[in-house]
Ligand binder design. Structure first.
Ligand code: ADP
Ligand code: MG
Length: 140
């Protein structure tokens, strides 16, 4: 059975950018057949971070989340490929690095549940919303 080609939003978070893991992380995506079709490096403003994480605004760690993602430069990408949303989540690993399987980004690279190196969209609906925020021109 062939899977649908999807787009998903990936962010390399400040902890991974600071520790020079950009190339390592991008290699994992490309090596797994996910194509980078848009990419930008920037520091998010607090307001951009609040918009991006709006889905989590009721969670107790929302302030921490917004402060961290806007604390330094990030790399924002659109990845495209078959079943890209789940494929990216598999490469990322579990949210908490202590629970992430060996060979995943979060197991191999991440420092803590907050400083967990990567973001990846969790559904088609959220991928659309997230891509729209940063790369509206690329949305299919
Ligand atoms: P994921 O990034 O795996 O999709 P969530 O969407 O549940 O995870 O949470 C968004 C981000 O919020 C996580 O990547 C993580 O950095 C942070 N986070 C999640 N749970 C906690 C927690 N209990 N304490 C601190 N930060 C958290
Ligand atoms: Mg999430």
């Amino acid at each position: 059975m062939t899977q649908d080609v999807q787009q998903t939003l990936s962010i390399i978070k400040p902890d991974a950018v600071q520790r020079d893991f950009i190339g390592n992380i991008i290699s994992r995506f490309e090596g797994a057949g996910l194509k980078i079709v848009a990419m930008q490096m920037k520091q998010l403003s607090k307001s951009e971070a609040e918009t991006f994480y709006a889905i989590h605004k009721e969670r107790p760690f929302f302030g921490e989340l917004v402060d961290f993602i806007s604390s330094d430069k990030v790399v924002i990408m659109v990845l495209e490929g078959e079943d890209a949303i789940q494929a990216n989540r598999d490469i990322m690993g579990a949210t908490n690095p202590d629970d992430a399987k060996a060979g995943t980004i979060r197991h191999d690279i991440s420092l803590s549940i907050g400083e967990n190196s990567v973001h990846g969209s969790d559904s088609e609906a959220n991928a659309k919303i997230e891509i729209e925020q940063f790369f509206p021109e690329i949305l299919k």
